[in-house]
Design a protein. Structure first.
Length: 677
């Protein structure tokens, strides 16, 4: 079976793990201290998180294809326990809860899958995915007691009914599994979960766990790979000010693999420590922020550059697997007993109030599969990892600039080098930090493997990777993107003159992009950033059409509610009773052209908004400066009128609104449009 992860020639490993019995002719997956290997060949995969149960099943095929076209080579997905057994003993594998059908879609697209099995997942779902009824069993969840492990075994057996025959050894897509999530107790609990899974029949090339926070006692080496993460901002922080926390560290090259900013609401203050021995594993990430969700009390506005900068920094710091959380947003399914969003009033993980429906996450692909700018921005990096993964994987990271830069430090350039035996390497440059307009750095002398690049001015916001002694190139001040059919594609870095110096002595200066049609030298093609972002994509170039929708205000907002802080000591989201006091608008969809797939875009200001169809809640939004969106193709058949409710923003509300949001008190709907896809 052809696999997307297959890459060039092999590099021998001193010690490898993960080999599992596999049908003849199908690729084997192993790992060592540096990287994953497919049939002994090193790879640098890109992993994108998407939650199958948050997307309608009839959209899966198109969305998985989009994910793949974005350069993602592995899908990660949670299996939320309360999505499939909200009511004790009633397992639901129907519709968008059908894990097996989703795995079959991934198999058709030749997309490997890592299952995050729980039992605790977090994922901003109610109780972190643990059903409410478990808390009435008289056992402590996430501990090694007979009652909870017995319930977990029953859960894993149900999941295995969906996975059986689709494991990697069977020619299926399931490559690995993660146990629990963000666990800080004894490693024996995680090992117990793995033993349960193995007893049931899970037999996978490798297993994983989150590498944060530090465990009380370790997991024996080789049992499961620790995977790390970082975010540009966090909804979970209790502070309601801009730039809180130490997220700025995600934009600094450093040898420390983990983050001390993730999940501080649950995990508290964390030291820069990882479990002893974990640095012997390959450096992988599973939660590199592709965006960020909005909580009621804290609503970060994440920029495309945030995701790109963090990814480049992690790669330059030595990571050989970039895993985005999230890569594709989604919508919470409807619950039978209660809503399935994280909220302060639930018995578990009750630290934040999240929207009932939306889980857009400002991810590269949004809630309705709409591509945001960083979907395209990240593609050249992903193509590079795919095509030069075997070259990059054995390269060690070194750090010419300090690793302990303070927030907003602007006296020197942030850069790192990855090289192998001092012979070949890549120079990584990041002159970007969220919320700070870092200055241009003049007369910068970059050097790697004994090769000095010409002095450069590194522009504000510049992020780049320069090759040194790679594929006949002595150095280049442009970025490698892809090599296909004997052609090498390089991306011009905006603001930096392109010089390409070949190992044969030929040097080309001030090279201008010539596009895909004409090489600048031999088989080397220099393309613009925009061309690189869309390289190899088959896209429709028909212009989008915007249809103005008629709307009428039918009710003014009532009394202003009293915003109180819940048990987590952050502002509580409005109650159902509060929503009865919202301003109400009637939205007409009578235009026949709206029958085509359209994305509804509501431009408003206020505190938060909800959308109803035939009296049923279908979408919601905590206002943070971006429009409120809804995919009209998901509407009930025959629905031509929607009801929009908007609650006014109150002066001095105890919530964080980003600088992009209109903080004017009250509410207003400016326009409602349907964007034809």
């Amino acid at each position: 079976m052809k696999r997307l992860l297959t890459i060039c020639c092999a590099t021998a490993a001193l010690l490898t793990f993960g080999t599992t019995a596999r049908a003849e002719g199908l690729p084997t997956v192993t790992w060592d201290s540096q990287s994953l290997m497919i049939d002994g060949r090193r790879v640098c995969p890109v992993m994108g998180e998407v939650h199958y149960s948050r997307i309608p099943a009839d959209e899966w095929a198109a969305e998985v294809k989009k994910i793949k076209e974005g350069g993602v080579t592995i899908i990660a997905t949670y299996v939320f326990w309360n999505h499939i057994e909200e009511q004790e003993g009633i397992f639901r594998w129907d519709g968008q809860r059908s894990l097996r059908r989703f795995l079959e879609v991934c198999q058709q697209e030749q997309m490997p899958v890592i299952l995050r099995l729980g039992p605790f997942c977090h994922g901003e779902v109610r109780n972190g995915g643990i059903p409410d009824w478990v808390f009435a069993k008289g056992c402590r969840p996430r501990e090694q007691n007979d009652v909870f492990l017995g319930l977990t075994e029953r859960l894993y057996r149900q999941i295995f009914t969906q996975v059986q025959g689709l494991q990697w050894k069977d020619g299926g897509p399931v490559m690995a599994a993660q146990f629990d999530n963000e666990y800080r107790g004894h490693g024996a609990y995680l090992v117990a979960l793995k033993r349960i899974a193995e007893k049931i029949g899970f037999d996978l090339p490798f297993y994983t766990r989150t590498g944060w926070p530090e465990l009380l006692t370790p997991v024996p080496y080789g049992e499961m790979l620790p995977l790390y993460g970082d975010y540009a901002d966090g909804f979970w922080d209790k502070q309601t000010t801009e730039g809180t926390g130490n997220y700025y560290k995600a934009f600094n090259f450093k040898g420390f693999r983990s983050s001390t900013a993730i999940g501080t609401d649950l995990l508290g203050k964390q030291e820069e420590k990882i479990n002893k021995g974990d640095d012997q594993y390959p450096y992988f990430t599973c939660e590199l922020g592709g965006g960020m969700v909005t909580a009621y009390h804290r609503r970060p506005y994440v920029y495309p550059e945030d995701a790109y900068s963090m990814a480049l920094v992690k790669l330059g710091s030595g990571s050989n697997l970039l895993g985005y959380y999230m890569y594709h947003g989604g919508t919470n399914p409807e619950g039978v007993l209660h809503t399935l969003n994280e909220c302060q009033t639930s018995p578990g993980t009750a630290n934040n109030d999240l929207p009932v429906c939306t889980y857009d996450f400002q991810a590269p692909l949004g809630e309705y599969g709409q591509p945001y700018p960083h979907y395209y921005m990240l593609r050249p990096l992903h193509l590079f990892m795919h095509d030069w993964g075997e070259t990059l994987a054995p390269m060690e990271a070194s750090f010419p600039s300090p690793q302990d830069l303070k927030r907003g430090e602007d006296t020197q350039l942030r850069w790192a080098v990855r090289s192998e035996s001092g012979k070949s390497g890549f120079i990584f440059v990041n002159n970007y930090e969220r919320f700070f307009n870092l200055s241009a750095k003049k007369d910068v002398q970059l050097e790697a493997c004994g090769v000095k690049l010409p002095k450069l001015t590194i522009p504000t916001g510049c992020m780049a990777i320069f090759p040194v002694n790679v594929d006949g190139i002595r150095y280049a001040t442009a970025q490698l993107v892809a090599r296909r059919d004997g052609k090498t594609y390089m991306m011009q870095i905006p603001g930096i003159p392109t010089t390409i110096s070949m190992q044969n002595g030929k040097t080309l200066k001030h090279v201008k992009p010539r596009g895909m049609a004409k090489p600048v030298y031999d088989n080397i093609y220099l393309i613009t950033k925009a061309e690189a972002e869309h390289l190899f994509l088959e896209e429709s170039h028909s212009p989008q059409s915007v249809i103005r929708c008629q709307f009428t205000k039918v009710k003014e907002a009532g009394y202003l509610r009293s915003i109180v802080k819940g048990k987590a000591k952050v502002a509580e989201a409005p109650s159902e009773e509060d929503w009865q006091q919202a301003a109400v608008y009637s939205v007409s969809l009578a235009d026949a052209s709206l029958s085509a797939p359209c994305l509804l875009r509501i431009n408003y200001r206020g505190d938060c908004a909800r959308l109803y169809a035939d009296g049923r809640l279908i979408a919601d939004n905590f206002y943070y400066g971006r429009p409120f969106l809804y995919g009209l193709w998901r509407l009930p058949k025959g629905c031509t009128t929607l009801e929009l409710r908007v609650l006014p923003l109150q002066p001095d509300a105890p919530i964080y609104l980003p600088r992009e949001a209109d903080k004017t008190a009250g509410e207003q709907v400016n326009s409602i449009e349907a964007i034809r896809r």
